[in-house]
Design a protein around this ligand. Structure first.
Ligand SMILES: NC(=O)c1ccc[n+]([C@@H]2O[C@H](COP(=O)([O-])OP(=O)(O)OC[C@H]3O[C@@H](n4cnc5c(N)ncnc54)[C@H](OP(=O)(O)O)[C@@H]3O)[C@@H](O)[C@H]2O)c1
Length: 350
């Protein structure tokens, strides 16, 4: 391991993807500083990793909708993995809650890194949202690669009539574009790597007190397993969170990854109907609980290249069945604890 990346700041560390990145770095022997807006979540993250007590510290940062500075947070670190960005479709003001914070978060982390010459690399979690072109009609087949950019304009992204789903795509595009422009214009001491994953699923490692708090993507898997409406399948591309965390760690540590953009994606495609088929086959409760709804097909006219990232970063993609099983087993165990706690509360109240 390069000693230059031996102390790493991870933003969004108490989130779904960020916590896996923290664990990947700790396992590789890096010291990690985990950034979060919530000291409580930071403490919970640390308490859950007693074996890494001396390797992990927590720093509190502010919301990206306020004037955020990472000057203190980057002190002494040699590398940064910037995962944090708002990812929720339950917002009232797209520009205020999604787009501006995503852009400002990237800008603030790069400004602070540029003022800290020890930092040699910044890895940024972008998204397939910054790649996909929702209007693309290219029969018969098209394979998205890291050369593609979503064509949304800033004006379209912030327009009042734009849905939160489209606005989120704008947030990721303009935040990532801002990073590439920053490097071009400012020529800092560090280089950047951006990762553009599609829907990310898998077991959770971050502090979540109940299933209602699941992150946006896993919440959709849980909907299928808890008899709710089958969620809308917007894209058939996905990646396992553990593979994505490895991609972040390798993107930070491999010198030759510098200056590159990667689409990190499984070669398999998915739909929520496929999730329901897996649940029916793998779990004896599947028949009673699995969401019912119109069968969703998988659009075969598009593909997303995950091969270039696998080659460059040494990834072996997990199968969709394994990802679904691992997450659902964990969620079912959480549900049992929640049910037990509720029934104990009711007994006390009686
Ligand atoms: N999950 C997916 O399917 C998926 C797919 C592609 C790309 N991504 C990208 O991956 C990253 C992490 O996503 P995730 O699924 O792990 O989401 P997550 O669980 O919601 O984590 C995101 C973290 O970012 C921080 N954050 C959110 N809004 C913020 C704001 N306004 N100001 C400051 N910090 C804020 C939060 O950390 P604190 O609350 O601790 O401050 C939060 O834990 C995001 O950049 C997202 O766009 C996710």
């Amino acid at each position: 391991m390069s000693s230059l990346q031996s102390y790493v700041l991870v933003t969004g560390a108490t989130g779904f993807i960020g916590a896996h990145v923290v664990d990947g770095l700790l396992k590789r022997g890096c010291k990690v500083r985990a950034a979060t807006r919530s000291t409580l979540k930071g403490q919970l993250l640390k308490q859950a990793r007693p074996q890494y007590a001396s390797q992990l510290d927590i720093v509190q940062t502010s919301d990206f909708s306020e004037a955020v500075s990472f000057r203190e947070a980057v002190k002494d670190v040699t590398g940064v993995v910037h995962v944090a960005s708002p990812f929720s479709y339950s917002v009232k003001d797209n520009e205020k809650e999604l787009i501006r914070p995503a852009i400002e978060g990237v800008k603030a982390i790069l400004e602070a890194s540029a003022a800290s010459p020890n930092i040699k690399r910044v890895v940024i979690t972008s998204s397939f949202a910054s790649i996909m072109n929702a209007d693309l009609k290219v029969p018969p087949r098209y394979t998205y690669t890291a050369d593609d950019w979503n064509p949304l304009s800033y004006e379209e992204s912030v327009a009042k009539e734009t849905s939160a789903v489209i606005a989120y795509r704008g947030s990721k595009k303009f935040a990532e574009l801002g990073a590439w422009n920053f490097v071009k214009e400012r020529n800092p001491e560090f280089d950047i790597v951006t990762l553009c994953p599609p829907m990310t699923f898998g077991p959770i490692r971050h502090p979540v007190s109940n299933l209602a708090e699941l992150n946006e993507s896993n919440a959709n898997l849980w909907k299928v397993a808890s008899g709710q409406e089958l969620p809308v399948s917007r894209v058939p591309f996905w990646v396992d969170v553990r593979d994505l965390a490895t991609a972040h760690v390798e993107a930070l540590l491999r010198p030759e990854a510098g200056g590159k953009r990667f689409t990190v994606a499984s070669p398999q495609k998915f739909s929520y109907s496929l999730v329901s088929d897996i649940l029916l086959e793998e779990f004896d409760w599947g028949k009673e609980r699995t969401a019912k709804g119109e069968k969703q097909g998988i659009d075969d006219s598009f593909a997303l290249d995950g091969g270039a990232a696998a080659m460059a970063l040494g990834l072996a993609y997990t199968s969709f069945r394994e990802t679904v099983k691992d997450f659902i087993n964990q969620a079912i165990a959480m549900e049992k604890i929640e049910v037990r706690a509720t029934s104990e509360k009711m007994q006390i109240a009686r």
